[in-house]
Design a protein around this ligand. Structure first.
Ligand code: UT7
Length: 328
């Protein structure tokens, strides 16, 4: 029976690399602190490119690898917290324009770092219901544009990049299960407080730097570890799959310590884990598809490989997914 499958993956990272040593010259921090607390060594920063440029380049690669033409795509959904424009047009519409499409469903979603898991759930529903044939999902972020470069608590963490995948119906190698969730009561722990309807843009919001990301890192850390551990245990149990059967565990790349904690709880080996946090930092909704692409390009991810994905982010939102890779 035909079901939704991830039939391709693509990614793009901007060229410029910002190292921990560069950051030492900008804020009171050290390479040693950043590596010990986060596992991050470098992150890529977009200079002359905006979020839709990054998303377009990842999308183009994913469409080509799916052996499709852009005109075969009948829905484009972009997850981002750093859109080209605050309200409209959506970044998905901007990407559809770059792809040369003028008649396609296109919209953005906002689920922060869990964006790509939410995209999988939406795309699966759209293709399995028969509403759409080939759904292009994109996680794209220019987080450098919403980062306070004077705040050492956040500026060492984030980077820019994009990842994309095409979801279509196939006979085998399906998306087995997707779980998404949220708890809005803790929204203020990870927030961009300014420039929305609560604090419309004014000189005061700019002076207070409310348009940048604010995070109570340590509190987020504790909730993330507990929530993610329970979530991946649940999705494996629900589907009768043992952690030893997973070919690749591809988590959101926020912090190596969070990833290691979940890895240890599940008893996953290093060979099963895909890690990109050291070179890309936290790229929010882009981090999972960028990591899937890394595994694909290095030959670790093959047609039929069983992947376990998990993510946690602002909202709070979280989720996990089990899928066999349908790309070749
Ligand atoms: O992707 C979405 C979800 N986000 C996450 O999952 C991120 C979750 N949080 C984290 O990854 C970690 O909490 C951080 C990496 C952000 C921070 O690590 P931590 O071990 O929780 O450190 P902390 O916030 O408890 O701070 C410890 C100390 C503090 O100094 P005092 O009060 O002990 O004197 C901070 O001021 O480290 C200080 N500090 C720094 N020192 C050097 C905070 N940032 C820095 C820095 N360089 N960049």
């Amino acid at each position: 029976m035909k079901k939704a499958s991830m039939i391709s993956i693509g990614a793009y990272v901007p060229e410029f690399i910002l190292t921990n040593h560069d950051l030492e010259k900008m804020v009171e921090t050290s390479d040693e602190w950043i590596v010990k607390r986060t596992g991050i060594h470098t992150r890529h920063i977009a200079k002359d490119e905006v979020t839709s440029d990054l998303g377009y380049k990842a999308a183009k690669q994913a469409i080509e690898r799916a052996k499709l033409a852009p005109s075969d795509i009948d829905a484009i959904i972009c997850a981002t917290i750093s859109p080209d424009y605050l309200c409209m047009p959506s970044t998905a519409c901007r990407i559809s324009n770059l792809l040369g499409l003028t008649n396609v469903t296109a919209f953005d979603i906002s689920a922060a770092c869990t964006g790509f898991i939410y995209l999988l759930e939406i795309a699966k529903s759209l293709v399995e219901s028969g509403m759409k044939k080939n759904v292009l999902i994109i996680g794209a972020e220019k987080l450098s544009s919403i980062t306070n470069w004077e705040d050492r608590g956040t500026c060492v963490l984030f980077g820019d990049g994009a990842g994309a995948a095409v979801i279509s119906l196939r006979e085998d190698n399906h998306i087995i299960d997707v779980h998404t969730s949220s708890d809005g009561s803790k929204g203020e722990l990870l927030i961009t407080p300014g420039c929305g309807s609560v604090n419309p843009m004014s000189q005061d919001t700019l002076d207070k730097k409310l348009h940048f990301m604010h995070m109570a890192g340590n509190e987020v850390f504790k909730v993330a570890v507990n929530t993610l551990t329970n979530d991946v245990i649940d999705i494996l149990a629900k589907n009768g799959i043992l952690s030893s059967q997973i070919d690749l565990f591809i988590p959101h790349q926020a912090n190596l310590r969070i990833i290691n904690a979940v890895q240890q709880k599940l008893g996953l080996s290093d060979e099963q884990c895909v890690l990109t946090v050291a070179k890309y930092g936290n790229t929010s909704s882009a981090s999972i598809p960028m990591a899937i692409n890394d595994a694909f390009e290095s030959g670790r991810l093959k047609n039929g490989s069983l992947m376990l994905l998990d993510a946690f982010g602002g909202g709070f939102t979280w989720g996990s997914a089990l899928l066999k890779f349908g790309g070749k």
